[in-house]
Design a protein around this ligand. Structure first.
Ligand SMILES: [Zn+2]
Length: 63
């Protein structure tokens, strides 16, 4: 059984800590992760900001 605390926010699968909103949600878009600059890795380890995807979901307008 996967440990939910290892993967982002419990109860919200697929949501990385750096995500502003759920992927595919209205009025959102993917941005390159600023922390790892899109590589998904930092110093050989998975970037926690984007959960190793290299991208984060950010809200567009509105807020
Ligand atoms: Zn990242």
């Amino acid at each position: 059984m996967p440990d939910p605390q290892r993967y982002g926010i419990p109860g919200q699968p697929g949501l990385a800590p750096g995500d502003d909103a759920r992927r595919g949600a209205p009025a959102t878009g993917e941005n390159v992760c600023r922390k790892c600059r899109g590589s998904g890795m930092i110093a050989g380890r998975r970037c926690e900001e984007c959960d190793g995807t290299g991208r984060v979901v950010a809200g567009i307008g509105g807020g």
